[in-house]
Ligand binder design. Sequence first.
Ligand SMILES: Nc1nc2c(ncn2[C@@H]2O[C@H](COP(=O)(O)OP(=O)(O)OP(=O)(O)O)[C@@H](O)[C@H]2O)c(=O)[nH]1
Ligand SMILES: [Mg+2]
Length: 294
Amino acid sequence: MKAGPCGGDGGDGGTVIVRGKKEVKNLNTFATKKAFVAEDGGQGENFNKTGHRGADSILYVPLNTEVVNTMLKTKIVITEVDHDYILCKGGKGGRGNDKFKSATNQTPKHAEPGTPGESFHFKIILKLIADAGFIGLPNAGKSSLLNEITNARVATAPYPFTTLEPNLGAFEHFVIADVPGLIEGASKGKGLGSRFLKHIEKVKVLYHCISAESDTPENEYNTVRTELSNSNPILIEKKELILLTKIDLLEPEARKKRIKALEKKLGLPVLGVSIHDLDSIEALKKNIRDNVEV
Ligand SMILES: Nc1nc2c(ncn2[C@@H]2O[C@H](COP(=O)(O)OP(=O)(O)OP(=O)(O)O)[C@@H](O)[C@H]2O)c(=O)[nH]1
Ligand SMILES: [Mg+2]
């Protein structure tokens, strides 16, 4: 007995997908691997069986990552957890020879090739959003604290406006932002202005740094609060913790008094810290673990 053709259709190719994951905090995967290819669809099989669909290739990235298609000049922002954002669609499987049977040709040898899948170049841009932010007047010691607490190594100096752009540092699974110092009138463009405050709009906790060098810490506090409020009222709604920095500059007795007095004036708890006192740095780390949810 002579059998007619019964070749099934080819399977569709897999898709290249990008997925946002909360636990992913960097783009390290992409440092070594540069090309991501989904699997080809399987060959059509006998007895009219369609070939298997190719496996997808999935790229995991932090939330808020931007993926730019440099060929089509389009951009997507990965904002949803576990949602599939399709980067390249797989090709369609070709029709098997069974589909080419006709009245005049019952034994076609011909089968259709599948269409190629899409292939693009992408630029993947990390847009980490900090979990906590250090704010305060210039020279309050924000960058020095960032260096102590996180893996950041940013410039610090004994004068205002050392930091001109926000810095990020990672400590355990927390990402912390250090923003340039604010001064009175920052919301109206004085000093470096307040444009970089957008980087802390999404933080869960603000650590307000006030230097123990100041004789009027409550005035410094109010200056910064006013600028935050004028720039973006969302910022003063946020959970805020006060750090009295550089406490090594005060005698131990004066430290306690200064902290107590400030707590009373502000009606908020104040943590004394110094980059020269490891215990205080450990206490700050604990405070971050206890107060900042990721
Ligand atoms: N004694 C003492 N000095 C400190 C401490 N922390 C920071 N400093 C010094 O204070 C100065 C200012 O520190 P920075 O970390 O640059 O301050 P900043 O708040 O980032 O300043 P801007 O970037 O200008 O806003 C530097 O000379 C630091 O060495 C501290 O705990 N104790
Ligand atoms: Mg700084």
